[in-house]
Each structure stands twice: as C-alpha cells, then as structure tokens.
Design a protein around this ligand. Structure first.
Ligand code: PGA
Ligand code: ZN
Length: 405
C-alpha cells in the first residue's frame, strides 16, 4: 500500500486525559487508531508515553511518521510489522523513547490500512486463514479501588464482573447489561446514599463491602444464568507486607489473603479471579491455582499486573503453575508482534486468553478485532458508555459477518 499521509495528534480519553491518535492516508482511504490508558498499571508494563508528556510524545511521533510518508509499504500479514518495529526501535535508539501507546496507535492504524488493502476485515487479516471464534463478554458492573477515586468508602476490590456463558454474542451482551441494571436497583435498596454514580469504567459506585456486593451479584447472576468474578487488583492495596483492607478494615497477611480468596471462591462460586496477589507473588498464585484444581472448582486464576502481556512473565507464570488465564492489554507491551507471541504461547499451553479494555478508553473499537483476530476466549469491557459499547457493537457486527460467510 502507498502511504500518502501519516499524522499523530492529541485527543482526550474517557477520563479526559490526553492520549494519542494516529491517522494514515493511503491509496485506500483514511485509517485511524487511538490508544487507551490504564490507571491501575502493572509496574512491569512498558512506559506509555515519553516521560516529557503526551504532547511531547505526539511531537516525536510526528517526526517518526515522516519516515513513512510517501512510501510504498508491503503489508501482507502481521509479520510485516517486523520492518516497522525495526524502524521504531532505531528511531528510539537515535532519539528518545516514544512509549507503548505511540507504538499501539501507529501499529493499529497500519494494520487497519493493511486489511483494507486486501479488502478484508482486520480480524480476518490477523486470523490469516484460521477459523474465527467469538469471545465471551466479561462485563464490569461494580467498581472500587483506583478506578473509583471520587469516593472514600468503596469496596477494596477493583471490579465485580459478570461473565456470560456460551450463547449468541448479542444475547450474552444484553444479559450482562440487564444484570448491571438489576444490580443497580438492588444496591439502591440496600444503600440509602447511593447516587447512581459510575466510575472510570462506568461501573457502579457504592460504599458496600466486597462481601455485600458479591451477595447481590450472586442473586442477580442466578436470575440471568451468568457467572461472576472479581478483579482484586491487589497490588494497589498491598503495603509491602500485608493486604491493607479499608472496607471492612482488616490487615491480611499473604497466607490470610490466600485463605480469604479461597473462601470467596467456594462461597460465591467465583468463576474468575484476577490479580488476587501482588504483582511479584507468583508463588501465592500457584497455591491458589492448586486449591482450585484440587477442589475441582471451575475458576479462572487470571494474571494482569502479574503478567503485563509480557511473554517472559507469562512463561514464568505458566511454568510455576500460577495462572490458567491471562489478561491481554496490547498497550502494556506496545508491540502487536509481542501480543501475537503471547497469544500463540497461551493457545499452545491451554491458558485462557482475555482481551481487556483499559480504564481510560477511547472510542476506537479495534479491541474487538484484536480479540477475534488473536483467538481470545473472553473480552473484558465496561457495560455502559460510548467508549465501551462501540467495542461490544463491533463484536456483534463481527459475529454477523462470520455467519454470512
Ligand atoms: P487499568 O485497569 O486499565 O486502569 O490498568 C484495568 C484492570 O486492572 O484490569
Ligand atoms: Zn486488572
């Protein structure tokens, strides 16, 4: 394809923070991609922007993009990103770090253009002949932790999730959304001061404890035939020695945390537990996974801050038997080629793959194409708000396309 124009600019994400949008003009039209941003980031993620800020990173990105302008680029599969990544690395070596989010937006826009050049959809381009499968939606219904900064009294866990079972994607999504509104009603009954506010991911804000929310979620899930789970995001309240719970106040040691989470899995039949221990504690993850296996629980022990979409960390977690599922956030690593390597490793070793949005999202729907194109089992998003719904809509659109073929 022939790149006629390539430009980056600053836009705002759903949290009103600055982020990058990249736009390519080729012989086939315009192709745009923008990068989301995390708040509860793993410390092993690549840096998102140059430390001099988003504006500076975008300025650097525009210098870089001049290299690609007025060039014919051969792009027949994702492997052709290798050439682009080589130039990106050289640029960073000779200049300054661009940041994972700059890589993410450049590569996303290029992949969209490359798919169009072949006259196929992006997920088809990524699948490269493999059979598509639609991931099951995981929806964030109630939120605490770092995503709920406006409220002091909140649950300690970051996310309370509904997970749809195998069925048509449209039905699965609408069940998750209906369940979300049902939870909203039930919280309102229980908490007089509930103001129907939502957090960064449009999950409900309330002052109930983990336990109280799980009780509500369990009832609602039963009614809609859904499963439930949590993102503990425990690195955010690990003080270096203990897990420091605020609601209700409790200091839990590593062993007590293990016991607490195991009890919750049993009591609430949790299907999904993300980051139950801090991001370097591979061993506690292993003992929890062992508990799950020994007791034949149908539960995913998921790494996010633990693994940060980093092949070496995913391998370590796999060999130490720490996880049976992994979160993939492409901008945790920046390179889509690395994302592919991680997904290939997971598929080979039967680790479930969950593509995830970030708390500061844009209106780009590329996550749905990535999830299908890289063979994800699940996709995690919020259930409310434009930035979240565009991704779910795209998933429905992909399902329709697949069935037409
Ligand atoms: P983040 O959080 O996007 O703020 O990093 C999401 C998560 O922890 O799953
Ligand atoms: Zn997480």
């Amino acid at each position: 394809m022939y790149i006629k124009e390539a430009k980056a600019r600053v836009i705002k994400n759903s949290r009103k923070e600055r982020t990058i949008e990249v736009k390519f003009k080729t012989n086939n039209g315009f192709f745009i991609c923008s990068a989301p941003s995390g708040k509860s980031k793993g410390k092993n993620e690549v840096i998102d922007f140059n430390k001099k800020g988003v504006r500076y990173s975008v300025k650097l990105a525009n210098i870089f993009l001049k290299i690609l302008k007025n060039k014919e680029v051969k792009f027949s599969s994702i492997e052709d990103l290798r050439k682009i990544e080589f130039i990106l690395k050289e640029f960073e070596k000779n200049n300054e770090i661009l940041g994972g989010n700059v890589w993410y937006a450049i590569e996303g826009a290029l992949l969209k253009a490359a798919a169009k050049e072949k006259n196929i959809e992006l997920y088809e381009f990524l699948l490269n002949g493999e059979k598509p499968k639609i991931p099951l939606p995981i929806g964030n219904a109630v939120g605490g932790g770092l995503h709920t900064r406006t409220h002091k009294k909140k649950p300690d866990f970051q996310e309370f999730l509904f997970i749809a079972k195998e069925e048509k994607i449209q039905k699965a999504i609408s069940k998750n959304i209906l369940a979300y509104f049902d939870v909203r009603l039930k919280i309102r009954w229980k908490e007089k001061k509930f103001f129907l506010k939502t957090n960064d991911e449009n999950a409900l804000i309330c002052s109930l404890s983990n336990h109280e929310i799980l009780e509500i979620m369990r009832d609602v899930a039963k009614h809609f035939d859904l499963r439930i789970g949590v993102d503990v995001a425990s690195s955010n309240f690990f003080d270096g020695k203990n897990y420091d719970y605020k609601n209700k106040r409790f200091l839990r040691s590593r062993e007590e945390q293990n016991e607490y989470i195991s009890d919750l899995i049993s009591e609430f039949d949790l299907f999904y537990v993300e980051d139950p221990f801090h991001e370097e504690d591979f061993l506690s993850f292993s003992s929890l996974l062992n508990f799950v296996k020994k007791n034949k629980k149908d539960c995913l022990i998921v790494g996010d801050d633990l693994t940060t979409t980093n092949l070496e960390r995913v391998k370590k977690a796999y060999y130490q038997k720490s996880i049976n599922a992994v979160i993939i956030k492409p901008n945790q690593i920046g390179s889509l080629l690395e994302v592919k390597k991680v997904c290939d490793f997971c598929k080979k070793n039967n680790i479930k793959i969950i593509f995830s949005h970030r708390s500061g999202e844009t209106k780009d729907n590329i996550l749905a194409d990535y999830a299908v194109g890289f063979g994800a089992d699940f996709i995690k998003t919020g259930l409310y708000g434009k930035e979240r719904l565009v991704k779910l809509k795209r998933l429905i659109d992909i399902q329709k396309r697949i069935h037409k073929v």
